[in-house]
Design a protein around this ligand. Structure first.
Ligand code: ZN
Length: 291
């Protein structure tokens, strides 16, 4: 089971190659992630949620992983997980990680120096962690040859907002990148190249974006935390502890599902456990995730 959760998965969308690299997989009671959620509420959807996304003990599986993308000559990492040595006192299983994430990247053909672009769907701590690494007592950029793309709206929000989870990620993983001159503040539908662009999916955070990959008539979308878990396709209004603007997040999820339950868009879920990819399809009045 563990191997399956941590395996390196790869996809091809036209000419674009995408590989999943897992940092850590967490298990959580439904109500820890969704304050008004319970296992009973999700029971009617067990046929597609279990066993991949909810285990036999009714725990949600939450995979923290990055997507490594090769597109048009660029090496891109989408969301940089939590990182090593980050003090996260509120999150016991996440606190002070020490994983071989960078070594694993290199084994997959993506040594840190080869990264050209770092994309962050939003600026929560588990999406920016490996932006930096600790050398001595200083957090320095992990990817020295990359441009780091931060949403202008997203940074505009967090630059003046308090970090409610007290993760220190602004000081440790974002400001060092700005100080090093490696950050580009971009708008929410910025185009990276012919195959990779951002699409605005606000609500989880005000400047949240998803990543659209389109090549040779095929397309996929990395959804970031617009969906923390596939159960939100059945229940888009569940109160997600991470959503900054709940009503807007719910509306974004619904609008997104209406648009992309088109049968042709592959969804790559940023915290979706193995198999991680699938399609959104209509299910009665709502939607479900078919992997
Ligand atoms: Zn997240």
């Amino acid at each position: 089971m563990t191997d399956r959760l941590y395996q390196d998965l790869s996809w091809k969308i036209g000419d674009v190659e995408i590989t999943r690299l897992v940092e850590v997989v967490l298990k959580s009671p439904v109500e820890t992630l969704f304050t008004d959620g319970t296992a009973e509420i999700l029971e009617p959807f067990s046929d597609w949620l279990k066993p991949n996304f909810i285990d036999e003990n009714d725990q949600l599986l939450i995979s923290i992983h990055a997507f490594l993308i090769r597109a048009g000559g660029l090496n891109i990492i989408v969301d940089t997980c939590s990182g090593n040595g980050k003090k996260l006192p509120l999150f016991e299983e996440w606190n002070d990680l020490n994983t071989p994430f960078l070594e694993n990247m290199a084994k997959l053909g993506f040594p840190a120096e080869s990264i050209d672009r770092v994309l962050c769907t939003h600026l929560h701590f588990d999406h920016v962690g490996w932006n930096t690494k600790l050398v001595g007592d200083e957090w320095i950029p992990t990817f020295p040859n990359a441009r780091y793309l931060f949403g202008e709206t997203e940074w505009g929000f967090w630059s003046v907002e308090e970090d409610h989870f007290d993760t220190g990620c602004k000081e440790q993983a974002i400001l060092p990148i700005l100080d090093a001159g490696l950050a580009d503040l971009v708008d929410s539908n910025h185009k990276i190249n012919d195959e990779i662009s951002l699409i605005p999916t606000p609500g989880h955070t005000p400047g949240h974006v998803s990543i659209l990959i389109a090549s040779k008539g095929e397309q996929a979308i990395v959804t970031g935390d617009m969906f923390h878990h596939p159960c939100q396709m059945a229940k888009p209004g569940l109160l997600d502890i991470g959503d900054v603007e709940h009503d807007r997040a719910e509306q974004t999820r619904i609008d997104f599902m209406k648009t992309y339950s088109d049968g042709k868009t592959t969804i790559l879920g940023t915290h979706f456990a193995t198999p991680t990819s699938g399609k959104i399809v209509r299910d009665g009045d709502g939607f479900k995730f078919v992997s």
